[in-house]
Design a protein around this ligand. Sequence first.
Ligand code: FAD
Length: 466
Amino acid sequence: MPTFRTLRPTPTGLVPDCQLMFRRRIAVIGAGAAGLVTARELRREGHGVVVFERGDSVGGTWVYTPAVESDLLSLDSNRKVVHSSLYDSLRTNLPRECMGFSDYPFVAVTGNSDNDHRRFPGHPEVLRYLEDFSRDADVNGMVRFRTEVVSVEMEGEGRWAVKSRKIDDGLTGDESEVYDGIVVCNGHHTEPRVAEIPGIEIWPGKQIHSHNYRIPQPFLGQVVVVIGGSASAVDISRDIAGFAKEVHVASRSYCVENPMKQPGYDNLWLHSMIESTNSDGTVVFQDGSSAHVDVIMHCTGYKYHFPFLKTDGIIDVDDNRVSSLYKHVFPPFFSPFLSFIGIPWKVVPFPLCELQSKWVAGVLSGRIAVPTPEEMMEDVKAFYLEMEQAARPRRYTHNIANYQFEYDDWLASQCGCPPVAEWRKQMYEATAKNRVARPESYRDEWDDDDLVAAAHQDFKKFLFSS
Ligand code: FAD
């Protein structure tokens, strides 16, 4: 498996004895985890920052809402978009020690019984952490809430026209401003991908994407097919199984010859993918079994979506590849004035965003060197060729599961920071193994207390330094 390419025809990384520092005016789009840490890093580097956030608070995905979209598959382009995809019962699938930013530990705050002290806490605890981070890093004052970016267009090198609109404010129209650079942090768990299912046009049942799933009670007594093999499919199928008559999980990743009843459940089965759906309401699986089904739930992931970017097709999303991005961050011919934070998936997102944003901030100021646009493009092309030769589908371009820590450490080396702590890497691996060994209970039973102790040892320097 190819890892990622490092071009070194010209020096990259820290510029020795850098005297000339550019202080630029940067627009950050989004105040989720990525936008918050980006704002902090840009300001640390001396840049002026405005964060545009269409919601009325910080936290992005972690701002749970019971609201769902009018079109439960989210295919209607005129629908009112709901940003968050969280379901009510969601607990993190990463341990909190691993998940937090490197210098702002995600620890349980003692002395407040309202807080969730679990190692894999529920979503309100993650939101609390991000709100605390935003307050303590003094980011709140940089954010313009209820302000949606509707258009971003390059006017000239290092001149970007940003049009924004106040939400639900009938008084003001669009506002236009010019920035030196744009950092896109708009998240990628809002625009659903829907499975292609043979016969679905004539199938009479109801379909919903997990983006619009909140609670299991509406599925009481129903027969539900959940499509997907991701963490959400695993969680949601179990959530629904407490209320539904039957839950059938169909996934490309399960090669089962017969339906496999899940241990501990009498109404939850695993299947191979769907073979067909029919006008009599039946769903036939590739394993030969079938069921009369009320609801199909698509837990099939999301698409990158940048409706505000006007680049005449220079930046394109094709089968979930954002092309072209050097190291998943800089579009070569707009570098460094346009960048994207948080694009990689199957990762530990918060610390990854932290390192990417340090890199972007340093490159924008001239403290960190990057290759020329032509060299970046050459690197991207070589990466795509490696993927093609390995018969790796385009949609996995930003799936960096196999090399996330190598990637993080490369970013750290560019920024002159230490590599990711060894305990964090080992904890990630230990959690992945535990999830397989104890799919039902990995959030409450584990064997890596030694790594938790190492993490807390590491945290001391941050917890006692403020
Ligand atoms: P988001 O949090 O989505 O933030 C993007 C922000 O941009 C939003 O506030 C949005 O309102 C704003 N925005 C978008 N467009 C515009 C615009 N045009 N103008 C202005 N503002 C705009 N990660 C973990 O670490 N651990 C987990 O356990 C975990 N579980 C997850 C479970 C689910 C169901 C999902 C969907 C994700 C999970 N993640 C988890 C990943 C999660 O997405 C990341 O942790 C992280 O929150 C991503 O942050 P972000 O800032 O990139 O995007």
